[in-house]
Design a protein around this ligand. Structure first.
Ligand code: ZN
Length: 62
């Protein structure tokens, strides 16, 4: 008989950015220095909005 150890879960951090003009969201890998409400780059979708970090979350890596 073998004993199975519960696999340790590894979380991969992601950052979700949202445009303050058109509300488009984009998800990308978390980068060092990211924090909620941090302004990042100009929105590539509408061209005049500002992308802001809306949330940071971890996804379980399988
Ligand atoms: Zn936009």
């Amino acid at each position: 008989m073998r004993l199975f150890k519960k696999k340790e879960e590894v979380l991969d951090p992601y950052t979700v950015e949202q445009c303050n003009s058109c509300n488009k969201t984009s998800k990308r890998k978390f980068k060092e220095g990211d924090h909620v409400f941090k302004m990042t780059e100009k929105c590539a979708s509408c061209g005049n909005g500002q992308m802001m970090v809306a949330k940071i979350f971890g996804e379980v890596v399988k």
